[in-house]
Ligand binder design. Structure first.
Ligand code: MLT
Length: 408
């Protein structure tokens, strides 16, 4: 008799954003008017930058001729993209990362979900609450947790975020081996300073732990003093893996391109204490399970680093950040304290109400979709997340509907 992986039965029945999509579809059937405006899942709405489109087309043309056609590419990504990344995203910010430490992939979701499999099943995991659900669910699937009780899995060390710590978690009180951090944060939009990040890097170094640093939203940082990469912090090359994505930065949610940095100096240990290169383990994993991102997509991603691409990406990001400022201002004016939205496309709104009830009320009365904070963990109860990824027109319409309803 074939047995299932019982760990899957510990999971909530459906993934947060699938659950929301189903509720929204049911609502639309019941009430087609007014049209639904989606400020829930962080999915971009604006077209790819022109520079990316031109490069994409050219690369497709290359695939149309035998002389320039490409088959399997390198699993870690083409050098032209890895070199552009190393130069622009790291060396230009004083972070010492080489092109050969970069693994191009089809998404930060896949990489942050898959990375745990190179670590031991007994690894002690620290996960923030609230959190992007992928970090948690993939460790549940891998059997690193016990059962789900009162909104939490046994066996996970939760790092609470709240108004007292500004949703920047404090160090864990018990020993942990693997720490998930995301800044600017999804879902709260909180951003970490270099000093606070240094505390985490030092903690990891002292405890021979590894930080999995999700920096998918770094392009939205407006405050020049904040770190875009954990590798701007001294010592991070010895303790951190960083995840980046072109999804939100340059509109690649549908096109798919991201990358993960695994420094060659990063070590993890066998039971007897022998050090092993994490880079070589991840490389081994990727060579076995992944065949790379398509050539035209990598050419489109590399165009992000051209002069034209940089300007167009900056415009896209600025446009979404104008939405973020409008949302933040409107919700605060209605008496709802907010964090985020300053260095992040997400606004974390304190409603003090049951967050699924608030989600349902907003959808029913205004047709606006948000994300209930409780979907990100118990510390998200009482909050909703509003995403700035939509057109100005839709955001403005959503805010006037919200004003009319919440003022009443
Ligand atoms: C979100 O809304 O949290 C993100 O879009 C999810 C993702 O990037 O997978």
């Amino acid at each position: 008799m074939i047995r299932i992986n019982d760990n899957y039965l510990k999971l909530n029945a459906s993934y947060l954003f699938s659950d929301i999509a189903q509720r929204v579809a049911a609502h639309q059937q019941r009430r087609p008017d007014p049209a639904v405006i989606r400020l829930g899942i962080g999915d971009v709405t604006r077209a790819l930058p022109d520079a990316c489109i031109v490069a994409f087309h050219q690369a497709v043309d290359e695939m149309a001729a035998d002389g320039s056609f490409r088959g399997y590419g390198p699993e870690q990504g083409y050098d032209f993209l890895r070199e552009a990344i190393a130069e622009n995203d790291f060396k230009a910010r004083g972070a010492d990362i080489g092109a050969d430490e970069i693994f191009v992939s089809d998404g930060a979701k896949c990489d942050t979900g898959n990375i745990q499999e190179i670590f031991d099943s007994g690894t002690r995991i620290a996960i923030p609450d609230p959190v992007y659900p992928v970090y948690l669910d993939t460790n549940v699937m891998a059997g690193r947790t016990g059962h789900y009780r009162n909104g939490r899995y046994d066996g996970i060390v939760y790092l609470d975020g709240n108004t007292d710590n500004g949703f920047i978690p404090d160090l864990p009180r018990q020993p942990v081996d693997l720490i998930y951090l995301c800044f600017p944060n999804n879902p709260t939009g909180a951003a970490i300073t270099k000093d606070r990040l240094q505390i985490w890097v030092d903690y990891a170094a002292t405890n021979k732990a590894i930080i999995l640093y999700d920096a998918a939203y770094e392009a939205f940082i407006r405050d020049d003093t904040l770190p875009h990469s954990i590798y701007e912090i001294p010592g991070a090359r010895q303790v951190a893996i960083e995840f980046r994505s072109f999804s939100k930065t340059a509109g690649f949610t549908g096109t798919r391109c991201a990358y993960t940095v695994v420094p060659k100096s990063l070590m993890a240990y066998t039971a007897s204490g022998a050090a092993h290169s994490v880079h070589s383990l991840w490389r081994r994993r990727q060579c076995t399970k992944f065949n790379g991102v398509s050539y035209p997509v990598q050419r489109a991603a590399a165009a992000v680093y051209s002069d034209a691409g940089k300007g167009q990406v900056a415009d896209l990001v600025a446009d979404y950040m104008t939405n973020a400022a409008l949302i933040r201002k409107a919700m605060q004016a209605l008496g709802y304290p907010c964090i985020g939205g300053r260095n992040s496309p997400y606004i974390w709104v304190s409603t003090t109400a049951d967050s699924w009830a608030f989600f349902d009320m907003l959808l029913e009365k205004t047709g606006v979709v948000c994300t209930p904070g409780a979907g990100f963990g118990t510390c998200g109860e009482g909050y909703i997340r509003i995403s700035a990824f939509n057109s100005r027109e839709n955001v403005t319409t959503a805010l006037s509907r919200i004003r009319r309803t919440l003022k009443a």
